[in-house]
Structure formats: structure tokens, C-alpha cells
Ligand binder design. Structure first.
Ligand code: HEC
Length: 136
């Protein structure tokens, strides 16, 4: 019974043996980022940024924010939010800061923004801001 099951799952079997051997254990664990999962965001990873070597933009300089607030704004309620979860907002510094890391995960995963896309430098600025101290 077990043998049949294993032979039907060659990938799983290979991974299990690798883990047992102790080599390349990480190759079989997709949920383990190397930048430290601080908020249990198992559905996406934080982008890599080099805070020390970069100019971290201030909140007011983020071009990306305007691509979020058509849905994620504390001024919007009900259907005007287009399904954006209540409380996940980016219209003020305070609420953007509270949702910064999660936003970086969503953008990095390509799930946000819905309905438009961000240029590379706008994304990079958002990541730097979100992950390097969220300066005001
Ligand atoms: C057209 C509307 C729209 C725009 C624009 C938009 N979002 Fe969203 N956002 C949604 C909806 C709908 C959801 C909930 C469904 C989902 O998670 O896919 C959501 C969910 C989220 C979540 C929560 C995900 C979770 O797992 O709880 C975050 C964080 C987020 N968006 C960030 C952003 C950021 C950052 C931007 C701008 C770069 C953005 N969104 C632009 C509609 C939008």
C-alpha cells in the first residue's frame, strides 16, 4: 500500500529522500524564504532589497501608491473598494505603513495592483520604502 503510494509520487519520494539525506533540504521546501518570514506570508515572498546601498524614497515620493488607492483607500467603502479588504489601505502614511510589508509581498508576487502594472523603478521604490524603514 505504502509502496504503491510512493511509486505514484516520484517527486515527493525524491524530495523525501533528499530531506532524509540532509542534502538540498531547502530545494523541497518552497515556503522558506531566505530573507526571514516575519509575518507568516506563506503565499508570497518579500522582494530582495539592499537598504544600505540604495536611496530609500519617502512615502510622498512613491509613484506606486496612486496605483493602489483607487481600491485601497480609507475614504472608500462598500463596492467602491472593488473587493479590497477593509483596513488594507494606502491613502495615508499611517495606513500605508501598517500594510507596507504585505503590499511588497503582493506586488512582488504580481498579484497587485489589479487592473494596471507598475514599472520596474516604481516597484523598486515601493519595495525600498516598505522594507527599509518606511520613511515618511
Ligand atoms: C482594482 C482594485 C485594486 C487595486 C488598484 C489594488 N488592489 Fe490590492 N486588493 C484588491 C482586492 C480585490 C484584494 C482582495 C483579493 C485579493 O487578495 O486578491 C486586494 C488585496 C490586497 C492585499 C491583501 C492581500 C491579502 O492576502 O490579504 C494587499 C496587501 C494589497 N491588495 C495591496 C495592494 C497594493 C500595494 C496595491 C498597489 C500597488 C494594490 N493592492 C492595488 C484590489 C486592488
Amino acid at each position: 500500500m505504502l509502496k504503491t503510494l510512493l511509486s505514484r509520487l516520484p517527486f515527493l519520494t525524491a524530495c523525501t529522500s533528499l530531506v532524509l539525506v540532509g542534502a538540498l533540504a531547502g530545494a523541497c521546501d518552497s515556503g522558506d524564504g531566505d530573507s526571514g518570514d516575519s509575518d507568516g506570508s506563506e503565499t508570497g515572498e518579500l522582494p530582495e532589497v539592499d537598504c544600505a546601498a540604495s536611496n530609500v524614497p519617502a512615502f510622498g515620493e512613491l509613484a506606486a501608491i496612486s496605483s493602489c488607492t483607487s481600491c485601497h483607500s480609507s475614504e472608500l467603502s462598500g463596492g467602491d473598494r472593488a473587493g479590497a479588504p477593509v483596513g488594507v489601505d494606502y491613502d495615508t502614511y499611517e495606513n500605508a505603513k501598517a500594510n507596507a510589508e504585505q503590499g511588497a509581498v503582493e506586488v512582488n508576487a504580481g498579484r497587485m495592483p489589479i487592473g494596471s502594472s507598475l514599472g520596474e523603478s516604481d516597484k523598486e521604490d515601493f519595495y525600498l520604502w516598505a522594507l527599509c524603514g518606511t520613511p515618511q
